[in-house]
Design a protein. Structure first.
Length: 429
């Protein structure tokens, strides 16, 4: 949950008073190359044995550069990060912080993050970062974060089925309909799963058609469910169920409950999820795992945009050793560590050349998602109220469900667009 502008402004004043902009002499930080006895790193989420082992390896690599510095990795649950960040603006902050890429603007605006522009310019591997991902941390002439990883979804399918049918993986909506129909004709199962409780999947269809969920006009949010592009996309997605392309049993379900078991048991042809689903699928039934593959999500004319949630890395504004902190970021987020981190997290690096390398492109489950990760990655409307819309009201999901159940768009979309607009403009908490 983000803080109000008043709370953030107060914290900024305290931050400036307490630490003079991140260094004792007020010059914006010690970039002399000195290093602390202990470098504190905040990771988000819950630690696992594999994640801890990876972080230990990174610490050893960092100590090749700074042999006298210990690395203290602290794990912060995602549900607690906002409060911890606010407290850290005054005292006790880390040197390096993982930050959700949808949160960078909030904390950069609060002056909680260090401007690492000069360090990025001297980092050779930065030139291969995805341009849009790097831009996410740039505001004006300042660079407050660098991208680390993204979690993208893709289209799962069975290679033997499509080979037998003489099809490549579908690239467009028309292809999706054609391949789905041929799967049903040949194998007697629905061709594609279109669960209604699947915000990230629905979003790709809306964005592919040029639609948006909401836009800002005159400082206020305006819902766009009734716009031509968005309503057409919502009706197309829901129509997959109405027309029998997707099973009606997926109404009200998410992608896991709708598709995982049916896909591994060959009772459905294709579905959308991330490559991180592979272990879950194998646990259900790995008989046909050698035939699984992913492809980019089909759009109107080609690869659809995708939700690009992930994490950036930043130097915290109160760090007395910003250069040493950024050096740690370059070790953690190096190309050499890209594949090892993917192996423990199933998340994708943000280096374009790495995503296009054989390590990703020759793995059938990673390849399509890796290609998707090089494409148009987007985020939801930048307001704390979006969580209320998505998780509490489920406005978009309810709209798709009602359309999939046969209600008219003329009845559903005006009602829920009003709900969306009202929810987005409530006082942020």
């Amino acid at each position: 949950m983000r803080f109000s502008k008043i709370a953030l402004a107060s914290a900024v004043v305290m931050l400036a008073a307490a630490c003079g902009g991140g260094s004792d002499d007020g010059d914006g930080g010690n970039a002399s190359g000195d290093a602390p006895d202990t470098l504190t790193v905040w990771r988000m989420g819950d630690a696992s044995e594999d994640q801890n082992a990876f972080m230990d390896t990174v610490a050893e690599q960092y100590q090749d550069i700074y042999p006298d510095t210990e690395v203290d990795v602290q794990w912060i649950p995602w549900g607690e990060f906002s409060q911890r960040f606010q407290t850290a603006m005054v005292s006790g902050g880390p040197d390096v912080v993982e930050i959700g890429n949808d949160q960078v603007a909030t904390w950069a605006d609060a002056e909680a993050l260090y401007d690492v522009s000069e360090y990025v310019e001297g980092w050779d591997e930065a030139e291969d970062l995805l341009e849009g991902a790097l831009a996410n941390g740039a505001f004006g002439d300042a660079q407050y974060s660098v991208p680390w990883y993204s979690g993208v979804r893709a289209l799962w399918y069975n290679t033997d089925w499509l080979d037998e049918l003489g099809h490549e993986a579908p690239e467009t909506w028309d292809d999706l309909l054609e391949v789905s129909a041929d799967i049903e004709d040949e194998y007697g199962v629905p061709g594609f799963a279109a669960p209604t409780d699947f915000m990230n999947g629905i979003a790709s269809f809306v964005w592919a058609n040029g639609g948006e969920f909401a836009t800002q006009e005159g400082g206020a949010w305006v819902g766009q469910l009734e716009s031509d592009a968005t309503s057409e996309a919502l009706e197309f997605y829901a129509g997959l169920t109405v027309d029998g392309v997707s099973p009606s049993a997926c109404i009200g379900l998410n992608e896991v409950d709708c598709a995982h078991a049916d896909f591994v048991n060959r009772e459905i042809g294709m579905f959308i999820d991330g490559p991180w689903a592979k272990p879950q699928l194998e646990e259900l039934n790995d008989e046909h795992a050698d035939q699984w593959a992913t492809a980019p999500i089909p759009g109107v004319d080609g690869m659809a945009p995708a939700f690009g949630g992930g994490s950036d890395l930043a130097v915290w504004g109160t760090s007395e050793y910003p250069e040493a902190a950024f050096d740690y970021i370059t070790v953690l987020n190096s190309k050499d560590n890209a594949l090892p981190y993917n192996e423990v997290s199933s998340m994708f690096p943000t280096f374009e050349d790495v995503l296009e390398s054989d390590a990703f492109q020759e793995d059938p489950v990673l390849a399509g998602a890796a290609t998707q990760a090089t494409g148009d990655l987007r985020l939801f409307p930048d307001t704390a109220n979006w969580g209320h819309v998505q998780w509490e009201l489920a406005t978009i999901q309810n709209a798709v469900q009602r359309l999939a159940e046969g209600e008219s768009a003329d009845d559903v979309l005006p009602e829920l667009n009003e709900e969306l607009t009202e929810a987005l403009n409530r006082d942020e908490e």
